[in-house]
Write a protein of this length. Structure first.
Length: 100
């Protein structure tokens, strides 16, 4: 069997959903570090001043922003890669697969 063509929209949706999960994981770590370090003194942060609020907002905001950002980029990247695969597979004959 040969894979000669892929559905651009289905690949894009799959990549987008996968990257949303990556974004949630990355956002969690950004939030964790933002919250952990927002209370530390230094760099204009007096352990509870505006720097602490900025750190906490940035950390929690990452949980919302990064999944959206990663999801959009994953969708666009998946669509581009699927379209390129469809063009290149015409030249190369596609990917040979053995299925049971």
């Amino acid at each position: 069997m040969r894979l000669k063509r892929v559905g651009v929209l289905t690949v894009a949706l799959t990549f987008g959903a996968t990257y949303v999960v990556f974004g949630l994981i990355a956002g969690f770590f950004f939030a964790l570090f933002g919250l952990l370090f927002s209370g530390l003194p230094g760099a204009g942060n007096d352990s509870g001043g505006p720097g602490a609020m900025f750190g906490a907002f940035f950390g929690v905001g990452a949980v919302v922003f990064l999944p959206i950002f990663y999801g959009v980029l994953g969708f666009l990247g998946g669509a581009l890669m699927a379209a390129l695969y469809n063009l290149i597979s015409k030249l190369t004959g596609g990917i040979e697969m053995t299925l049971e």
